[in-house]
Ligand binder design. Structure first.
Ligand code: UD1
Ligand code: UDP
Length: 366
């Protein structure tokens, strides 16, 4: 039986790869191994436990305040042994993290074919998001199979001379996950705290936004909270200590914002479903929000998810305090604009992406 090793290391990769792991295992056509790098720890464990997946390998590389050097060196050092022992016929990686890039490079050095899930997203600005845009472009040079979520991402790969036969438009597995998590009778103590007020959900974590850009985001939110008494902000803070210290400092006086621990994915998707509006610099949330019809202010200068902007759900607002404040206020006061942005449109497939990817792998590998 041929062997496939699925490799991931951070929360968003896990959310998008676990549905695929479960589909591959269910079909029993291949020997499936799961290797997590442990680039994230608690935030990864939360997802593994929701999807009931026990990895065959955990490289446990995470360190507090890790640098890109720490992550890259530790993964490369440990991955070579795992790949040498298991000798998979194919590895599957996801997206654009350092786990994705370094695992792909390790497989490439050992002549192991690579399947890239969520291939072809581009901002074409190597510094934004950093280092993710480099990671995803580099993996496209190495991958044998490119599972592109949309026609647009396929086009990006063709523009870079990737062969058409290597590209398959599959939708995004994040929708597979979303189909299983949202329920209409969900409740939570923090949602009770929100009551009849408008719930604003916030997340922020990008490396290029640490420091001043993030301070700008938080200041803009504080200004809005001072002016509008009918909103409540819930902000599940990423475990990066640099973010936590800043958020606790800027928001310490504010009683209408709750700084909480990262939510597990079932809770988070249901909070999104209940939210009036989302402010974020996250990638995955930009994909989930359109199908839930939730307006998102994307606090970044670039996005690799133009499908959501075209659908009208996402608005790219940059990282200056005034622009975030202005757009935030507009959405709270201009009902017409709000309604226009809150139409549910799903550019990322019908929730069957894992199954589509499995079919393609079976066709090529069996
Ligand atoms: C990483 C990815 C980013 C992705 C994000 C998803 C890279 C370079 N970055 O960024 O693309 O969008 O994950 O969240 O691959 N920490 C914990 N526990 C955890 C997770 C993180 O304590 O479970 C803390 C650690 O102190 C760690 C720090 O957060 O050093 C940063 O983690 P890291 O993976 O380096 O960066 P992210 O910003 O999470
Ligand atoms: N998410 C979660 N709990 C949280 C915040 C986010 O489960 O407290 C989920 C969210 O639904 C999305 C993913 O995490 O699927 C996004 O991860 P993140 O923003 O960390 O990374 P990115 O997508 O930017 O790479």
């Amino acid at each position: 039986m041929k062997k496939i090793m699925v490799i991931f290391g951070t929360r968003p990769e896990a959310i998008k790869m676990c549905p695929l792991v479960n589909e591959l295992k269910k079909r029993k056509k291949f020997d499936i191994k799961v290797c997590v790098t442990g680039q994230h720890k608690e935030m990864l464990d939360q997802v593994l436990s929701v999807f009931h997946i026990k990895p065959d390998y955990n490289l446990e590389i995470m360190k507090r305040n890790q640098t890109l050097f720490d992550v890259s060196i530790s993964i490369m050092d440990k991955m070579k042994d795992v790949l040498a022992i298991e000798k998979p016929n194919l590895i599957l990686v996801h997206g654009d993290t350092t786990t994705t890039f370094i695992s792909s490079l390790s497989a490439f050095y050992l002549n192991i074919p690579i399947g890239h899930v969520e291939a072809g997203l581009r901002t074409n600005n190597i510094h934004s998001p950093f280092p993710e845009e480099f990671n995803r472009q580099a993996v496209s040079l190495l991958a044998k199979y490119n599972f592109a979520p949309t026609e647009r991402s396929k086009k990006n790969l063709i523009l870079e001379n990737r062969s058409e036969e290597s590209i398959f438009v599959t939708g995004n597995t994040v929708i597979d996950a979303l189909k299983t998590t949202v329920s209409s009778n969900y409740n939570h103590k923090y949602l009770e705290w929100v009551g009849d007020n408008k719930l604003i959900l916030v997340t922020a974590h990008r490396r290029e936004n640490l420091g001043n850009p993030m301070r700008n985001m938080f200041n803009a939110i504080n200004r809005i909270l001072k002016e509008f008494t009918n909103i409540r902000v819930i902000y599940p803070i990423h475990l990066n200590p640099k973010i936590r210290i800043l958020a606790e400092e800027v928001f310490k006086e504010n009683r209408n914002i709750k700084l909480i621990e990262p939510l597990d994915v079932i809770d988070f998707h249901n909070f999104m479903y209940r939210a009036n509006l989302i402010l974020t610099d996250s990638g995955g949330i930009q994909e989930e929000a359109p199908s839930l019809g939730k307006p998102v202010l994307v606090m970044r200068d670039t996005t690799e998810r133009p499908e959501g902007v075209k659908a009208g759900t996402l608005r790219l607002v940059g990282t200056s305090e005034d622009e975030i404040y202005r757009n935030f206020k507009l959405l709270l006061t201009n009902q017409r604009m709000y309604d226009k942005m809150s139409k549910a449109i799903n550019p990322y497939g019908n929730g069957k992406s894992s199954s589509i990817i499995c079919d393609i792998i079976e066709k090529h590998l069996l």
